[in-house]
Design a protein around this ligand. Structure first.
Ligand code: PLP
Length: 365
């Protein structure tokens, strides 16, 4: 989509953040999670940037992995949702993809697998344990039997069979939930000698005892903190923003005390004041629910959003920029190197994941 707003991706920040993940989990291998087009950062470009320093990649579904293979990415790729049908199995065999198995139907598909070209293919499988998130995975009491079945399955590579689970609340370190999940997972896997994987970014950053053989960082690679607490922000973990989102100023003018700004007139000027209009709105992926007061970085300092976010425009306070006045043609940073996307997410009552995916993927469509 061609628009005035622009996105810049910072490869050196992606590399730095991966290094941080490695420093936090020095004894684990890393699946860099680059699903949803690398959270809006472009999956092929991101994979190319992380390539020398990651052990493997993880995406949601087979089509996402096809894009990576077409982009000449040849490291192992794990499909977090596994295969959905026989076509997925055929593609996974051809492209050598690793599959997650989390439900009965996927086992049946494996049992029935037949591919003329690769009829003896053995898949690299990860068995998913539902340790308490209750989204995907088999119940803990089935894991031993299923592991044995897969270990002896004619279409499973017994040397690369793994076990994994996913945390529901790792971003809430004060809750017992994660410890309970770790205990449940460890009990389900007791006595099974296979590589194990539990941790997303929050796990990498604070649940050190759960790092195990492989970690799966996602959001931290893009420079954002998975936590909402202020003492666990991206700076505190030394993460760098991998995306900068900017848009130009298209008007600067003075409003009178009492004038209201934007749709539904939700913000009223408390005095005569200068405002600037920036060519960026929810059509560009700027969150529509960002409230008045959301920070915007322009000409070396922070100002604030005034009134509602429209499809193509936002209005900001230009009154406090006396030393470096805002002019038409200046570029505002909506988030990036100077302004954490986490602070925008908080003001929009959402999470940085959603903002990065929306803006990044819209801008590249
Ligand atoms: C199974 C799995 N592992 C790891 C991740 C990465 O999570 P995060 O981006 O919070 O690090 C995700 C993302 O949702 C996931 O679904």
């Amino acid at each position: 989509m061609k628009r005035s707003a622009r996105i810049t991706i910072h490869p050196e920040a992606l590399q730095h953040n991966l290094k941080r993940a490695r420093e936090c989990a020095p004894n684990s291998k890393v699946f860099s999670v680059i699903k949803a087009n690398a959270y809006g950062h472009n999956s092929v470009a991101t994979a190319g940037t992380l390539y020398p320093n990651t052990d493997a990649f993880a995406v949601s579904c087979v089509p996402e992995a096809v894009v990576l293979r077409e982009g000449s990415i040849d490291l192992p790729i794990k499909i977090l949702q596994g295969h959905q049908n026989n076509d997925d199995l055929n593609i996974a065999a051809d492209l050598n993809l690793r599959l997650m198995v989390h439900e009965e139907r996927q086992l049946t598909l494996l049992d029935q697998y037949s591919n003329k070209g690769k009829k003896n293919h053995r898949f690299d499988i990860t068995l998913k344990v539902d340790s308490g998130m209750h989204r995907l995975g088999f119940q803990p009491d089935r894991i031993h039997d299923l592991y044995t079945k897969l270990k002896n399955h004619p279409h499973v590579n017994p040397d690369n069979l793994m076990l994994a689970t996913h945390f529901s609340s790792a971003d809430e370190p004060d809750k017992e939930t994660t410890l309970d999940q770790v205990k449940t997972f460890n009990k389900a896997c007791e006595g099974i000698n296979a590589p194990k994987s539990l941790c997303n970014s929050a796990g990498v950053l604070v649940w050190k005892d759960a790092h195990a053989d492989w970690v799966r960082p996602g959001i931290m690679l893009y420079g954002s903190s998975p936590f909402s607490d202020k003492d666990k922000d991206s700076d505190s973990f030394d993460l760098q923003a991998a995306m900068t989102f900017e848009a130009p100023v298209i008007s600067v003018h003075t409003l009178k005390k009492g004038d209201c700004i934007g749709y539904s007139a939700t913000w009223q000027c408390p005095k005569d004041m200068q405002v600037a209009v920036i060519a960026c709105g929810y059509a560009d992926g700027y969150p529509r629910h960002a409230a008045s007061g959301t920070p915007v970085w322009i000409n070396g300092k922070t100002t604030e959003l005034l009134g509602r976010v429209a499809m193509d425009m936002i209005v900001v306070n230009a009154d406090d920029h006396k030393e470096n006045p805002i002019k038409v043609g200046d570029w505002a940073e909506l988030w990036g190197k100077n302004l954490s996307v986490d602070s925008i997410a908080e003001k929009a009552e959402t999470i940085p994941y959603e903002i990065l995916c929306n803006a990044g993927n819209l801008r590249q469509a």
